[in-house]
Design a protein around this ligand. Sequence first.
Ligand code: ZN
Length: 337
Amino acid sequence: MSSTAGQVIKCKAAVVWEAGKPLVIEEVEVAPPQKMEVRLKILFTSLCHTDVYFWEGKDCGERRRGVTELVQSDHVLPVFKGECGDRAHCKSEESNMCSLLEDQHDRGVMINDEKPRFSIKGKPIYHFVGTSTFSEYTVVHAGCVAKINPLAPLDKVCVLSCGISTGLGATLNVAKPKKGSSVAIFGLGTIGLAEPLFGASRVIGVDLNPSRFEEAKRFGVTEFVNPKDHNKKVQEVIVEMTDGGVDRSVECTGNVDAMISAFECVHDGWGVAVLVGVPHKDAIFKTPPMNFLNERTLKGTFFGNYKPRSHLPSVVEMYMNKELEVEKFITHEVSFL
Ligand SMILES: [Zn+2]
């Protein structure tokens, strides 16, 4: 145990005092971890295009009772999704929706005592999506920590904590395109661009922003459709282009109309559409039920169905085995302080 074990650590963190206000670097106090929690030293973190934060930490400085799988100096990726290992979803092979560690986006506090571990001169500072990696030290639930290969370069694999794994898992675990199949990707951000890495021979990118098309070619997207260029529905355009529809589609924007298009553009008989983007809470998905009877399938997934502790280490191994390139997703590197 390091000399700071059980002590409050003072360090720098980027704090948002009010929604929409810029991040401010402050000195924060980071309380020691409680039951089933770990305090991490953050060496690298990342920020994605769509303002979703990716994370990476290293150096599991300290663990508390109940935490048996981590030791000091382990290299880890903190993840916004948890895996307690005990509840029904965690025991199911089919789901990563841990019911204990859901809703971290709204929580802002640790589940053990409903309090944050961060403070400034005694004033509580709330956590962000269960990880809070814009801080030199953070405290997270042990269920949100994936222990990874210590040889993996942390400045690269930190981007696997969120968007890339989401896109990858949506393809490998959920859409499962057969080799040589056709895939439509709605939304060419990080998640969308992580999709076509495997298997598909024809990849149709759909985006309202044509400036993304050139970049997307480097990621394996072969054709582009801008819905603004057509006076018919984008699903009709894709069905015509592909003689009946694509084999798989993945929706990454969260726009409900794009979700409907993504479903209606898959081929009858075998087509599978996967929803990845998070919709507005009041959005309603509407499609003629005949589309289902005609043997189209609609699925949805969070974090590509990956359980963070069980599966993320193997995603890191894919990178280590050169089966997955993450460098091309990294556009800028800046120092934290
Ligand atoms: Zn669980």
